[in-house]
Design a protein around this ligand. Structure first.
Ligand SMILES: [Zn+2]
Ligand SMILES: [Zn+2]
Ligand SMILES: [Zn+2]
Length: 360
């Protein structure tokens, strides 16, 4: 489907190239590899960890936290503090993640998730680490109504939403369903179908297209009007807060999808929250533009990560112990080509499973 590739390559990538110059970043996030010895199967955790370390907003906020409800040898907070200190100060190029791996296994022993030696899901690991941080620092607040200012997961990552269907024909609406999500999951099959539909109906890609594409792809199946007027409707999602980091999770039907390449080429690098949701209530969120800073990919039971290092303005590739630079990106103008350049570094059919976008 090279027509699609050309289409997005020319105008895609958010379509904002050359207009925006992000402010200078001063934080240093030294890059190091993370070990994964045979039998450890820790690549899912290594990917989640590289994401957390390289997210400037998370790293800087987490550094300021000290007091927490400590769980001793199963304390994910302490294990994360420890590995972050090593990222910052260790002279080793490759760091062991055993302490965090073991704290994670102990914390999730009852659920039988993330157990030692067993491969697990990187997106769910990332999400669960965030929820454990909430537990360690804001346990007094419930997960679904947490307003604790020091709770980085809920203050920076959480999307507070409600979902409702409203009939444009008879005006009836379903009861609004409120919920909080850390990761916005989207089916890649639905994403590809929508990409094809959207391209058929317009002449060229526009800046709003990436958000609209994600919005259309996450609306789910048609359902009947709540007052049974005969209309078929889709759920609309309304965003009630202004998250600084948006995490998109891509859900694949199978490990070896022939959609992999199509999906990559239907994704941009600049996202407006106003395009992603049906309605956005906060003015700050309506104005917000977020930029792609990281991606986790999956192939052959193995996860690896691309991340943009703001200090050195380079895209780096992290594959457990191995770290390499894939692209220097001095201007956002060059970022339209980011995905293409990144993906050229991994064998064909790698699937993108997680993408991180942040306010610049
Ligand atoms: Zn602790
Ligand atoms: Zn919280
Ligand atoms: Zn109706």
């Amino acid at each position: 489907m090279s027509w699609k590739r050309n289409y997005f390559a020319s105008g895609g990538g958010g379509g904002m190239q050359g207009i925006l110059t992000p402010r200078t970043m001063t934080s240093i996030a030294p890059s190091k590899g993370l070990s994964n010895e045979p039998g450890q199967n820790s690549c899912f955790l290594n990917s989640a960890l590289q994401v957390l370390w390289h997210l400037d907003i998370f790293r800087r906020s987490f550094r300021q936290l000290t007091s927490h409800k400590c769980m001793e040898d199963s304390c994910i907070f302490c294990a994360l503090k420890n590995i972050f200190a090593q990222f910052q100060y260790s002279s080793e190029k490759v760091l062991p993640t055993d302490a965090l791996r073991s704290a994670l296994a102990k914390s999730f022993q009852d659920e039988q998730r993330f157990q030692l030696g067993i491969m697990d899901d990187a997106a769910e690991c990332f999400e669960n680490i965030l929820m454990r941080i909430h537990f360690h620092i804001a346990d007094e607040s419930k997960e679904d109504i947490c307003t604790a200012r020091r709770c980085i997961p809920h203050q920076k990552f959480a999307m507070t939403l409600f979902e409702q269907c409203v009939c444009s024909s008879c005006g009836a609406s379903s009861d609004p369903l409120p919920f909080i999500q850390m990761v916005h999951y989207i089916s890649t099959t639905s994403l590809c179908n929508q990409a094809v539909k959207m391209l058929e109906s317009r002449e060229k890609a526009t800046p709003s297209m990436f958000g609209e594409l994600l919005r259309n792809a996450s609306m789910g199946d048609l359902r009947s009007c709540p007052s049974q007027c005969g209309q078929q409707l889709r759920m609309a999602r309304v965003l009630l807060n202004s998250p600084e980091i948006i995490t998109i999770g891509l859900v694949w039907d199978s490990d070896h999808s022939d959609l992999a390449e199509d999906v990559i080429h239907s994704l941009g690098t600049c996202l407006r929250l106003g395009d992603l949701f049906y309605r956005v209530t906060e003015e700050k969120a309506r104005q917000a533009e977020l930029y792609l800073v990281g991606m986790v990919c999956y192939y052959g039971k193995h996860y690896s990560t691309f991340f943009f290092q703001t200090k050195v303005r380079r895209w780096m590739y992290f594959d457990d112990a191995h770290v390499k630079e894939v692209l220097s990106c001095l201007e956002w103008a060059e970022c339209g080509a980011v995905r293409d350049s990144c993906w050229r570094n991994v064998p064909e059919n790698h699937q993108e499973v997680l993408q991180l976008l942040t306010l610049s």
